[in-house]
Ligand binder design. Structure first.
Ligand code: NDP
Length: 284
């Protein structure tokens, strides 16, 4: 790979190897880290994500289970299952794959997960803790981005960080984490008047929009660190990010590819959070 690429696949595997050792030790001492993933409906992308999560758990020795429901399931059934998992002392992490079908209020479902098993870090209590600077679980995608920046030895203090996208799962927690490291943070969104004005002054640029190749080379400052969170499926079936890789790679100091950048890190940090929850259980 070219030298300015931040390789999330390689870093993910490196961190997973370390996790595997930790899981072995925990298991030998009587605590088997365990994750349950709930999948509702048959969204093809969600099925792929959940399968990857479960398979990667197995690779590291984390016990993982997928519970599937048809798309017309009543929310009461899913909420009852979450309550059962909350009370199960052998389960460390519970994850409900988003998006959920329209009969669900996602907020109610996410708040039903016990905050101590909320390995996605989406529960309001955990969001609050993150924003106060004492996180219990860091949301997996921004957590993975921070690990990539650490790997790239990117100094964040005093730097201009611009995030495009303000979702609860990526943009907002990303801002909290970069802020905590001393960056000056700007969050852009669909109403931002002049996107290029902001992106061109970014030392660190994070794209989390969901629009193929929307950030082009002319929108990037020379030498910037560009993190592409976007995962978009093109008509030809190929995956691409929100960043136009060819034109941006020429200008960027560091850049993450899609696939092979943030995606593998997201899964790795889910495993990290699950093991962290198991460590806390083992200390009880
Ligand atoms: P959301 O749809 O929740 O948020 C998208 C954000 O982009 C919104 O804040 C929206 O603004 C903003 N936006 C939309 N159009 C524009 C525009 N023209 N200019 C500036 N901002 C714009 O998406 P997510 O945060 O959930 O995901 C973003 C992308 O990241 C997707 O491609 C998703 O698949 C991917 N993803 C990848 C993960 C990984 O592991 N690599 C994990 C999670 C997501 P507004 O709020 O005003 O509507």
């Amino acid at each position: 790979m070219a030298s300015n690429i931040l390789d999330g696949k390689a870093l993910g595997l490196e961190l997973q190897d370390a996790l595997q050792l930790q899981v072995k030790k925990l298991t030998a001492a009587g605590t088997i880290p365990a994750l349950t993933v709930i999948l509702v409906g048959d969204d093809p992308a969600s099925q792929v994500y959940v399968r990857n999560k479960v398979q990667t758990c197995e690779r590291t020795g984390i016990r993982s289970e997928m519970i599937r429901y048809p798309s017309d399931v009543s929310p009461a059934i899913v909420l009852a299952k979450i309550a059962e998992l909350n009370a199960d002392p052998t389960i460390d992490g519970i994850l409900v794959q988003l998006p959920l079908p329209k009969q669900f209020d996602e907020k109610i479902v996410l708040e039903a997960i016990s905050p101590i098993k909320d390995v996605d870090g989406f529960h309001a209590e955990n969001v609050g803790a993150l924003n106060q600077g004492s996180p219990r679980f860091i949301p997996c995608t921004p957590y993975g981005v921070m690990k990539l920046l650490e790997k790239g030895k990117v100094d964040l203090k005093g730097k201009e960080a611009v995030i495009v996208g303000r979702s609860n799962i990526v943009g907002k927690p990303m801002a909290a984490l970069l802020l905590a490291k001393g960056a000056t943070v700007t969050i852009c969104h669909s109403h931002t008047a002049d996107l290029g004005f902001h992106t061109r002054r970014a030392d660190i640029l994070v794209a989390a929009v969901g629009r193929p190749n929307m950030l082009t080379g002319d929108m990037v400052k020379p030498g910037a660190v560009v993190i592409d969170v976007g995962i978009n499926r093109l008509e030809n079936g190929r995956l691409c990010g929100d960043v136009d890789f060819a034109s941006v790679q020429e200008k960027a100091g560091l850049i993450t590819p899609v696939p092979g950048g943030v995606g593998p890190m997201t899964i790795t940090m889910l495993l990290t959070n699950t093991v962290e929850a198991a460590v806390r259980r083992s200390l009880q």
